[in-house]
Design a protein around this ligand. Structure first.
Ligand code: ZN
Length: 87
């Protein structure tokens, strides 16, 4: 995670997984966070994913954007009901 800024299509090109040495490709994923006791989903998050072990890497600017979204006054785009099971 030494690169910052510059959101390009090939952001992860040439990067290798620090755990297994596999190459990293960009994927759009949905991640979840717990914010102030509330469970939220963030869709369409660009992450680097190791093709070998599946380890996810987040670019610093992406993490910053997520934090700003969650902290900001911006309304969520929509709400979904989440079913929760407990054993
Ligand atoms: Zn890996």
């Amino acid at each position: 995670m030494k690169k910052v800024g510059m959101k390009t299509q090939n952001f992860w090109e040439g990067e290798v997984c620090e755990y297994c040495g596999g190459s990293i490709v960009e994927r759009r994923v949905t991640i979840h966070r717990r914010v102030r006791g509330e469970y939220v989903l963030i869709e369409n998050v660009p992450v680097g994913v190791c093709v070998r072990c599946g380890m996810r890497y987040y670019a610093a600017n992406v993490l910053k954007t997520i934090q700003e979204r969650l902290r900001g006054r911006q309304q969520a785009e929509r709400q979904v009901v989440v079913s929760v099971y407990s054993l």
